[in-house]
Design a protein. Structure first.
Length: 329
């Protein structure tokens, strides 16, 4: 029995050694990827669940975050090598310097951020929001969506009572009637609607903002760890194909990862475009956000930073998937 046990241990050790040799230098240093909790991160979840990172020879450790902002902060503080977050955080960061860059967008969505309010189960007219306490995560894509939504409907953002709260505190505040509505992303938006039950109203969802959920890195990493970054992007490209070709399996991965029901997982397919890419709409959105940040006094600068295009590193994605880059230089 002892000999048999020793034989099993030896075979396991040899298997691990073979895997390490197959991975080569890329396995020597793992990439720490801070991942925002939500449907937006599905390509990352699929890549991990299906073993795409290992297949491409890159060791990746996922660090779960409650929001893209938290992921971005981990990146800025050196606790992560890459982060998933909305493009707005890179736009705002550009006012302070140019250290962090977008290397790809993982998904695009014009509908995953929602306005949920008390409305006796009916459709609440936009003008009814005047004077209401609306909770949102300050300095995030949710705040940008809220301001854009109000302006689209002819409402002054200063005509509401904004309440800045961490994302994980919004539903509780809504239940305790400390706020009247929330502007937030999925899956928190659905949790807010469920908490209100028959009293919930989801306000009309005009296409006021398309979020580009992005893979973000420090510029230094792009230069110094390119082989690992390219392997990571190849793994995400595999995940993109898996999502397109096996949507039912991808939805199950999303359900298990987020602990959501089948209906909410299915809704993600109507609300997201899970394609790895960089296109011109990303720059257009960031330009608008930079002007908004100056206008609303979110930054000290009096004008938007020049050449927001420099906040995007296109070459890694171009090497992996040339057709995924459609950007005017």
């Amino acid at each position: 029995m002892a000999a048999a046990g020793a034989g099993i241990l030896l075979r396991r050790a040899l298997a691990l050694l073979a895997l390490a040799c197959a991975w080569g230098p890329a396995a020597a240093h793992e990439l720490r990827l801070a991942v925002s909790h939500g449907p937006v991160s599905l390509p990352v979840y699929v890549a991990e669940a299906q073993g795409h990172f290992a297949a491409e020879g890159v060791a990746v450790r996922l660090l779960e975050c409650a929001s893209g902002r938290q992921c971005f902060e981990r990146l800025a503080q050196g606790q992560a090598d890459l982060a998933t977050a909305a493009e707005l955080l890179v736009t705002l960061d550009r006012f302070r310097g140019d250290e962090r860059v977008i290397v790809a967008t993982l998904s695009q969505s014009a509908r995953q951020i929602k306005l949920v309010a008390r409305g006796a189960g009916g459709v609440l007219a936009p003008e009814r929001l005047r004077g209401l306490r609306i909770g949102t995560a300050a300095g995030t894509s949710a705040q940008y969506f809220l301001d854009s939504w109000l302006l689209y409907h002819g409402l002054d953002p200063r005509g509401i009572d904004p309440v800045a709260l961490p994302p994980d505190q919004l539903v509780g505040a809504l239940q305790r009637r400390e706020i009247d509505a929330v502007a937030i992303w999925e899956p928190i938006a659905s949790a807010a609607r469920a908490a209100l039950g028959a009293d919930a109203a989801v306000l009309p969802h005009a296409r006021v903002y398309t979020q580009h959920f992005s893979l973000i890195a420090n510029r230094r990493l792009v230069a110094e760890r390119e082989p690992e970054l390219l392997a990571l992007l190849r793994a995400l490209a595999r995940a993109e194909r898996f999502i397109a070709e096996r949507p039912a399996d991808a939805r199950r991965i999303l359900q298990q990862r987020l602990g959501i029901d089948a209906a909410l997982a299915a809704a993600a397919w109507d609300e997201h475009d899970f394609r790895l890419r960089i296109d011109q709409s990303l720059i257009t959105t960031m330009d608008s956000q930079a002007r908004w940040a100056v206008r609303e006094g979110l930054v000290e600068a009096r004008r938007p930073p020049a050449r927001l295009l420099q906040a995007i590193e296109v070459e890694p994605l171009r090497k992996v998937a040339p057709g995924a880059v459609d950007l005017l230089q």
